[in-house]
Structures are given as C-alpha cells and as structure tokens.
Design a protein around this ligand. Sequence first.
Ligand SMILES: Nc1ncnc2c1ncn2[C@@H]1O[C@H](COP(=O)(O)OP(=O)(O)OP(=O)(O)O)[C@@H](O)[C@H]1O
Length: 208
Amino acid sequence: MDLTVTDLACARGGVTVLERVGFTLGAGRALILRGPNGIGKTTLLRTLAGLQPAVAGRISMQPEVIAYAAHADGLKATLTVTENLSFWAAVYGTRDVAAAVARMNLGALADRQAQNLSAGQKRRLGLARLLVTGRPLWMLDEPTVSLDAASVALFGDVVRAHLAEGGSALIATHIDLGLEAEVLDLTPFRAELRPEGTDDDPFGGDFA
Ligand SMILES: Nc1ncnc2c1ncn2[C@@H]1O[C@H](COP(=O)(O)OP(=O)(O)OP(=O)(O)O)[C@@H](O)[C@H]1O
C-alpha cells in the first residue's frame, strides 16, 4: 500500500509552515525528510500521523496504519521494559514482546523500570515499541537522538528488516542510518506567507 500525499499544507501554532507538499512512499521503501531546523519536519509528521488537522491537501492513508515515534519516548516510568512493551502490545494486540526486546538488545534490561534506564536505553525501548504495533508505516522523528553508534547501527538493521517485510518508513533525521532511501528536502515547500522569525534563523526573529 502506497502513502500518497498531495498538495498538503500544514500549520504549527496557527501559522502555515509548509505548502504544496507532495510525495509517494511505496511499500518496502524509506523516505528521509531533510531541511533546516524549524522548516516543519515534525509538523509534517504530526499531520500525517493524524495528531493535528491538515490545512489543505490529501493524505491517502488513514492514521490507523501509522506507528509514530515522536521526540518523547512515551514510556511509563514505573513499569519495567517488558511491562512497557506488554502495555503497548495490549493496545495494538499483535506482536511478540520478547522479539522486540531481543531485536532492540534490551534483554539484560527487561526487568528494569523505565525510570531507571539511561537516555539511550530509554530511546531503544521507545523504538522497540514500533515493533509491537504491527503497523506497516513507521513515522520517525529524529529516532537516533541519544543513541550511540552501535545502537544507531542496530536500529538501522531493525528499519531495514521492517522494509524487507513490506513495511515503509518516513524518517526525519540528520543522521545517516545506512538505509537505501530517497530524500525529500522540505525547503522548497516552505510556506510563502510564513512570517519572519517562525523558524530558527537567529537573525530573522522579532523578539520585542
Ligand atoms: N506551539 C507552537 N506554536 C507556534 N509555532 C510553533 C509551535 N511549535 C513549533 N512552532 C514553529 O513551527 C515551525 C516548524 O516546527 P517543527 O518542529 O515542525 O520544525 P522541524 O523541521 O521539525 O525542526 P527541527 O529540525 O528543529 O526539529 C518552527 O518555526 C517552530 O518554531
């Protein structure tokens, strides 16, 4: 199943940040979102994942096929690694928790509470959640934050396996995950009427 996005406009804080975004993402494929800080990568992912309405345009897939991994790991602090994944497995009801633990190299941490994990370990657990959703389209917002080189490589392998199984992935990342992927630079889709100072240009803002 392809994700086709046509003439999409999306907004943050009531300001349209991206316009006329269009692309197709096929099964088994990955697409890397690029663009400077503040261009709207997170905004686009949130819109596609159904967390906020589009301003205009069409999205061919329903949010129910999407697993969205945001900046925050979304973990329950007092639950263990296994309990966190079991919770999500119950919500989505499909995949084997033990396999997700093994694939994200969390076996030695399985009985540790999430609040006692390091930042990188929390991130590995947050990403393991993708595996228990059973959902085919992964939307990943800077998934490698806090990960060391070995964990980045491990996660690259997990994404590659997901693609090989017919899944797809839309990834906002500044890091090379070693995937065979197309790149979509969002810079040309910057909204024309976007006011000065709505991105991270330190000289463009009006802080008065
Ligand atoms: N709650 C908000 N209210 C108003 N503007 C916001 C809000 N959140 C984000 N923005 C602005 O919306 C724009 C798009 O932000 P977004 O987080 O989508 O960018 P990004 O490309 O993901 O950035 P980064 O690479 O820094 O993560 C930015 O200019 C940001 O300052």
